[in-house]
Design a protein around this ligand. Structure first.
Ligand code: ARG
Length: 461
């Protein structure tokens, strides 16, 4: 069904139609377009445009349509090529059901305020789904931390062994990142929850619509305050994509840690067969594809953000057809971040941890050298000198192929004369961890408290 054409002498060129039609992707807004139309029908009835009977007939038809598109969201695709966009498709379905009356629905509405409304409704719903998935991912991380609370593994800086940390501390680090992502998406949702409907094409509807009531009818917190802004604003989509990009970046870093830790070089974890793949050539291979895709898919999500901000940056007020390019990046990012988020609990559920390998690695690489320096500080040596002395002890250990704890007291005293017998306890891995029980540290007591806090926080969400 064509929504315009009165002033045109002929039909559009087929190539133009291909360029211009959005139904092949905006069919995904069918449900929201019908929901917005239901609110629109009520609003123009209140404004005196529709009689009570007309409203009832329209609502009945829209209700049927809602059932139809909910049951078969791809239904509009069957008619691609016949309708320019989802708005034309919905209107044609309405006219097919109620005849001429269907043509009254668009009174005082433009596709400009309509599409802005639809996309906000769609994004709001999508964010709600993502928040639930994000919560499940966080629960999986916290459960993993709980399950392996006594595993010690090396902590890295520059990807060099630095200081031992608890595996739980590592997992909870990602929970922190995802907590911020949760907050960012929740924040974006709150700013998104404003209704553009009633803004018309750009100047506001010419009918006395109660826009606040109309907004409330669709679950929006308020109505937009400027019609020019409302029809051309896509900040909500951009802000959502920015939040998803940061989330994807976090999942990518998690994926990278998992790729490393499941490699034979690290061998800390063994991934589940069901979430790995083999090689068509090398029979021995088991590849961490799921973790790689947490990393790999982040690229397209960040690209979606870049795509939309680039589309928006030079647009004059108000609506421009460029804005039609807002949908595919948003749809694509939502689809793929959902796959990533839903994979996280499965990846962690299937991960086996090689506790002994982790411990051995944590004990290697002189990662207790800082503890030796701290021990010396406790004996009154200024930190700068303690650092120097501990470094020399490391060099001695390297020369003799021994870890610090295997150097004799005489050997240690060559460079660190303040050392006593109690040094061995202080530089043991358990003591090294136990000395870091301050807030945010990797000491077992601090991590236990962090785990309890995380549990509590997740229960409240
Ligand atoms: N398909 C269009 C879009 O996605 C709908 C709005 C069309 N408005 C217009 N004035 N041609 O933006």
């Amino acid at each position: 069904m064509a929504l315009w054409g009165g002033r045109f002498s002929g039909g559009p060129d087929p190539l133009f139609r291909e360029l211009n039609d959005s139904l092949p992707f905006d069919y995904q807004l069918a449900r929201e377009d019908v929901e917005g139309s239901i609110a629109q029908a009520r609003a123009i009835h209140r404004a005196g445009v529709l009689t009570k009977d007309e409203l009832a007939a329209l609502l009945a038809a829209l209700d049927e349509l809602l059932t139809e598109v909910s049951a078969n969201p791809r239904a509009p695709l069957a008619e691609a090529g016949q309708h320019e966009d989802i708005h034309s498709w919905v209107e044609s379905r309405l006219v097919a059901r109620v005849g001429q009356l269907g043509k009254k629905l668009h009174t005082g509405r433009s596709r400009n305020d309509q599409v802005a409304t639809d996309l906000r409704l769609w994004t709001r719903r999508a964010i709600d789904h993502r928040l639930a998935e994000l919560l499940d991912a966080r629960k999986a991380l916290v459960a993993f931390a709980q399950q392996h609370h006594d595993v010690i593994l090396p902590g890295y800086t520059h990807l060099q062994r630095a200081q031992p940390v608890l595996l739980a501390h590592w997992a909870l680090a990602y929970n922190e990142m995802l907590a911020r992502d949760h907050a960012r998406l929740t924040d974006a949702r709150a700013r998104l929850n404003v209704s553009p409907l009633g803004s018309g094409a750009l100047a506001g509807s010419a009918y006395p619509i109660d826009r606040e009531l109309l907004a409330k009818d669709m679950g929006f917190a308020s109505a937009s305050r400027n019609s020019l802004d409302a029809v051309s604003d896509r900040d909500f989509a951009l802000e959502t994509l920015a939040s998803l990009s940061i989330l994807a970046m976090h999942l990518s870093r998690l994926g990278e840690d998992l790729v490393l830790y499941t490699s034979q070089e690290f061998a800390f974890f063994d991934p589940d067969d069901a979430f790995s793949s083999g090689s068509s050539l090398m029979p021995q291979k088991k590849n961490p594809d799921a973790a790689e895709l947490l990393r790999g898919k982040s690229g397209r999500i960040i690209a979606s953000f870049t795509s939309l901000i680039t589309t928006l940056k030079g647009l004059p007020l108000a609506y421009n057809k460029d804005l039609q390019e807002d949908k595919e990046p948003l749809f694509d990012a939502m689809k793929h971040i959902s796959l990533m988020l839903r994979s996280v609990p499965r990846i962690f559920a299937g991960l086996s941890v090689r506790k002994d390998t982790c411990l051995r690695a944590a004990q290697g690489g002189y990662s207790n050298a800082t503890d030796l320096a701290d021990y010396l500080v406790g004996k009154g040596v200024p930190f700068r000198d303690a650092h120097e002395q501990a470094g020399k002890c490391v060099r001695l250990g390297l020369e003799r192929s021994k870890p610090l704890e295997d150097l004799t007291l005489t050997e240690l005293r060559q460079h660190a004369p303040a050392c006593d017998q109690d040094v061995y306890n202080r530089i043991s891995i358990t003591q090294g961890l136990a000395s870091r029980n301050l807030l945010g540290g990797t000491g077992p007591i601090a991590v236990k408290a962090a785990l309890e806090a995380a549990h509590k926080e997740l229960q409240q969400l």
